[in-house]
Structures are given as C-alpha cells and as structure tokens.
Ligand binder design. Structure first.
Ligand SMILES: CC(C)(COP(=O)(O)OP(=O)(O)OC[C@H]1O[C@@H](n2cnc3c(N)ncnc32)[C@H](O)[C@@H]1OP(=O)(O)O)[C@@H](O)C(=O)NCCC(=O)NCCS
Length: 166
C-alpha cells in the first residue's frame, strides 16, 4: 500500500466522529502507539521495536485517531499480501470507546484495501472478544476458521474472520 498514494487517500476520506481526526501514522509516532498497546492489550502488547518494524515494513498502512488536543486515542494497521489484506491490530483507549472510532479505523483500512484492488480482508480475534467480533461482523466479516489455543493468558482460540471487499 505505501507504494501507491491512492489507498491512503481512500482511507483518509473515511467519515470521522465529530471532534476527532484521522491520520496516517509515521515512525515518530510509535511511542504513542506503544502506550495505546499497553493500555489496550496489557497481556500481549506489541513493543516499540515490533511497532517500528510494522510502521516501516512494506505494504503496511497504520492509521491513528486523535482527539481535539491532538492526543492519539486509537490506532489500527493492516498489511497487504497479494490480493488480500490482514488487519493486524485495532485498539481504542477505554475513555474514547463507544464513539465510533473503532469502526472508523476499521472502515478506513478496508477502504484502503479496496482502493488497492484487494478482494478480501482477514483478521484474527480472541473467541471471548465479543465486542470486537460484533464490530467486525457489522462491517461484513464472517468466521471462516479457528486456530485452537492460539492465544495465551488466558489460553483461547483465535477466530479467523474474512470479509469480501466488493
Ligand atoms: C474493539 C474496539 C476497537 C472497538 O472500539 P470502539 O471505538 O469502542 O468501537 P465503536 O464505538 O466504533 O463501535 C463499533 C461497534 O463495536 C461494537 N461495540 C462497541 N462497544 C460495544 C460494547 N460495549 N458492547 C457490545 N458491542 C460493542 C458494536 O458492534 C459497535 O457498533 P454499534 O455502535 O453500531 O453498536 C475497542 O473496544 C477496543 O480497543 N478494545 C480492546 C482492543 C481489542 O479488542 N481490539 C480488537 C482486537 S482483534
């Protein structure tokens, strides 16, 4: 995706809830993203080096949502591989949840994928994460498979979900 500016434009054209803004994240913003990781995924947060590798890796797009003080309150990223994208992460800090920001971030990634000519989007979610699964289902994702005991602390299955981008 980074080689072609159009998918980024498509992502940034996504409607954003009032009072918030959406931006493509740069490598300088990994520390803010790492702080969100720690809050949102305390048991298995991505580290700064992992985030640096993601933000600078090929075929990646990372987006952040910011409040009126320009504080990052959520972020999400995807990786393109062939004719599909994988949503790597979506996280919104607790105080900013329920305002449509998770939906905005996920939709923006799907729009970027679509603009890149991608046909399918995939993701993995903990089987107990009904809130995220309900967001994904509302955007057209369906369960296609499970990876047994994929996650730890606590151990549980990963639900693999797919969405056709048409
Ligand atoms: C999942 C997450 C990103 C959703 O972010 P959010 O900004 O609160 O979500 P939104 O306000 O955009 O809501 C989108 C949808 O999520 C679902 N949802 C959000 N909050 C919910 C709640 N408390 N109960 C049930 N469903 C909920 C609903 O389907 C909602 O759609 P609706 O508003 O039309 O009902 C956020 O809860 C989060 O960061 N959770 C921790 C990290 C995580 O689990 N990430 C996903 C890993 S795969």
């Amino acid at each position: 995706m980074p080689v072609n500016p159009e998918p980024r434009d498509a992502a940034l054209a996504t409607a954003v809830p009032e009072g918030y803004s959406l931006r493509i994240l740069t490598e300088d913003e990994v520390f803010d993203a790492a702080a969100i990781e720690l809050e949102v995924f305390p048991r298995d947060a991505w580290t700064v080096p992992m985030l640096q590798a993601e933000f600078t890796g090929p075929y990646r797009i990372y987006l952040g949502v910011f409040d009126e003080n320009s504080t990052m309150v959520g972020y999400a990223g995807a990786m393109r591989g062939g004719d599909s994208i994988e949503i790597m992460t979506v996280g919104v800090i607790e105080t900013a949840r329920g305002k449509g920001l998770g939906r905005t971030l996920t939709m923006a990634l799907l729009r970027a994928g679509k603009a890149a000519g991608v046909e399918m989007a995939f993701l993995e979610v903990r089987e107990s994460n009904e809130i995220a699964a309900s967001l994904y289902r509302s955007l057209g994702f369906e369960e296609i498979d499970r990876r047994k005991r994929y996650y730890h602390q606590p151990t549980e299955d990963a639900v693999i979900m797919a969405c056709k981008l048409d």
